[in-house]
Design a protein around this ligand. Structure first.
Ligand SMILES: CC(C)c1onc(-c2c(Cl)cccc2Cl)c1COc1ccc2c(ccn2Cc2cccc(C(=O)O)c2)c1
Length: 232
C-alpha cells in the first residue's frame, strides 16, 4: 500500500534529528585526538575522555526524545544505563565509517586499535563498524536507530515495560516508513537496520568483558563511566 509519513511523524523526525545534530563532542576533546602522542596509556586516557563526553552528549540527546521525560524517572535512568554502550557503539560506528574531512576518523580507529583492548573484541567491533558503513544510513536513520536502541523496553530494572514499548513502537513505525521511502530499491533495508540492533547486544556483552580486562590491568575510568557502567 502507499506508504505515507504523517504530519506528526514528520515533526517527530525533525525533533529527533535536531537533537541528534545539536549534540556533538566538544572541539577541545576531538582536537586532543589529533595532537596527543600515541601510546596505549595515552590512547586509553583519550578514549576514556571521549567516552565520558559521549555519555554527556547521550544524556542531553535522550532528554530531547519526545515522550522520554514523561516516562517514570527511574525508568529513564534504567534505559540510559542499559543502552549507553550500545548507543556509543552505534555513534562510534557512524563517526568511524564517515570519511569526514575532520580527519580524526583514522586517528580514532588507530587509538582504539592501540588502547590495550584484546584482539577477541577488536574483530567483532571492527566487523560491526564495517557493516554499519555498508548501510550508508541517512542522518534521520542514524538518529532514529539510536532512539530505538535507547527505548528498548527489556533493559534491567525497567518497571513500566508497556510505556517504553509504546514509545519504541512509535519510532519503529517512523523508521520503517522512512526506509521504504528512502531505499525503495532495497525492500529488506529496514530488516537489515534492525539486524544491527541484535549485533549491538552481542557487542554489549563483549564490552562487559572489555571493562573487566581493562580493570585487571589497573586502568581507571571516570566517575560518570563508573556510574553508568556499574564499574568498581
Ligand atoms: C572508557 C573507554 C576506553 C572506552 O571503553 N569502551 C569504549 C568504547 C569503544 Cl572502544 C568502542 C565503542 C563503544 C565504546 Cl563505549 C571506550 C571508548 O568509547 C568511545 C565512545 C565514543 C566514540 C569512540 C570512538 C568514536 N566515538 C564517537 C565519537 C567520537 C568523536 C566525536 C563524536 C561526536 O559525536 O561528535 C563521537 C569511543
Amino acid at each position: 500500500e502507499k506508504v505515507e509519513i504523517t504530519k506528526e511523524q514528520r515533526a517527530l523526525i525533525k525533533a529527533i534529528l535536531d537533537a541528534y545534530n545539536r549534540h556533538q563532542i566538544p572541539q577541545d576533546v576531538t582536537k586532543k585526538l589529533l595532537q596527543e602522542q600515541y601510546s596505549a596509556e595515552e590512547n586509553f586516557l583519550l578514549l576514556t575522555e571521549v567516552a565520558t563526553s559521549q555519555v554527556q552528549v547521550l544524556v542531553e540527546f535522550t532528554k530531547n526524545i519526545p515522550g522520554f521525560l514523561s516516562l517514570d524517572r527511574e525508568d529513564q535512568i534504567a534505559l540510559l544505563k542499559g543502552s549507553a554502550v550500545e548507543a556509543m557503539f552505534l555513534r562510534s560506528a557512524q563517526v568511524l565509517s564517515e570519511k569526514k574531512p575532520s580527519g580524526y576518523t583514522e586517528v580514532l580507529e588507530e587509538r582504539i586499535r592501540k588502547s590495550g583492548m584484546s584482539e577477541e573484541f577488536m574483530t567483532p567491533m571492527f566487523n560491526f563498524y564495517k557493516s554499519i558503513g555498508e548501510l550508508h544510513m541517512t542522518q534521520e536513520e542514524q538518529a532514529l536507530l539510536t532512539t530505538i536502541t535507547i527505548l528498548t523496553p527489556d533493559r534491567p530494572y525497567v518497571k513500566s515495560h508497556e510505556a517504553v514499548e509504546r514509545l519504541q513502537e512509535t519510532m519503529l513505525d517512523v523508521l520503517r516508513k522512512l526506509c521504504v521511502l528512502q531505499h525503495p530499491q532495497e525492500p529488506q533495508y529496514f530488516a537489515r537496520l534492525l539486524g544491527r540492533l541484535t549485533e549491538l547486544r552481542t557487542l554489549h556483552h563483549y564490552h562487559v568483558e572489555m571493562l573487566t580486562s581493562w580493570k585487571t590491568n589497573d586502568h581507571k575510568f571516570t566517575p560518570l563511566l563508573c556510574e553508568i557502567w556499574d564499574v568498581q
